[in-house]
Design a binder for this molecule. Structure first.
Ligand code: MLT
Length: 250
């Protein structure tokens, strides 16, 4: 940092219902839902899915199905009856989805994306794309608000860990500062969890829920940092690869 250079802020909002308390002054939002919506979205975009339409409700999902779209729907961790795909990142690696646009509704993640859609820039974060996302965020020289999707408007541990990882990384760049206690708490939770996130989350609610659904492999995948480089971004209501937006601006 050069002398007199102003620091940007990075803050973590723990739940969508707190968003209105944090959002003022932020026009760059990172939405995270580590288990599993945003990890699945990052995977889909990395593996060549053209776009993802985030939907808040099952009614909207059914309408998109009637229109002929490929539609993915998850509630409480399970695939909703009548839909082919849910929220497993592995489902989005399939070659037949390459180049396709998929409509997606999930319990919390897609709702959080929709809550922030009025903002100038909404990008999708996860542990999987942590490094490339943070490198990009540092270059933006803008204030960053990380919105955790939580669980049904309640705090959750896995999104807090990811929010803390983003905060810790941006603070270490020397170009950011945090003012909110939520951001400080997220950073310290990340630091105590980072050596073994899978074990740290053992008693957490969604880890228990996914374990009961025999989805531990998904959890391991979602908790693996830096295996993806894609940065998905919301553009006109559709999540696309960041390069698409950058190319259009050039
Ligand atoms: C959500 O949006 O709440 C989740 O991603 C739930 C899940 O599928 O694990």
């Amino acid at each position: 940092m050069t002398p007199n250079q102003e620091l940007n802020r990075v803050e973590v909002c723990f739940t969508p219902c707190d968003f209105h308390q944090y959002e003022e002054g932020f026009d760059l939002i990172v939405v995270i839902d580590v288990l599993r919506a945003t990890s699945a979205i990052c995977t889909a975009i990395e593996y060549g899915v053209k776009g993802i339409i985030p939907l808040a409700t099952l009614e909207e999902a059914r309408e998109y199905k009637e229109k002929g779209y490929i539609v993915a729907a998850e509630r409480n961790g399970a695939i909703v009856q009548g839909f082919d795909i849910g929220n497993s990142p592995y489902a989005y690696m399939k070659p037949e989805l390459k180049g396709k646009t998929i409509a997606l509704t999930t319990t919390n993640g897609t709702k959080a994306i929709r809550i922030s859609e009025q903002k100038k820039t909404v990008v999708i974060g996860s542990l999987n794309n942590l490094k490339s996302l943070c490198n990009w965020l540092v270059k933006q020289k803008r204030d960053v608000l990380v919105l955790a999707s939580g669980w049904k408007d309640k705090f959750n541990l896995e999104d807090t860990i990811c929010g803390g990882a983003i905060t810790d990384t941006l603070l270490k760049s020397g170009q950011f500062t945090s003012e909110e206690d939520s951001s400080v708490a997220a950073k310290f939770i990340y630091r105590s969890a980072k050596e073994n996130m899978f074990a740290y989350l053992k008693a957490s609610s969604h880890r228990r829920r996914l374990r009961a659904l025999d989805l531990n492999a998904d959890v391991s995948y979602c908790l693996t940092p830096n295996i993806l480089s894609a940065i998905p971004i919301l553009k006109n209501g559709i999540i696309v690869p960041l390069e698409v937006v950058v190319e259009e601006m050039m």
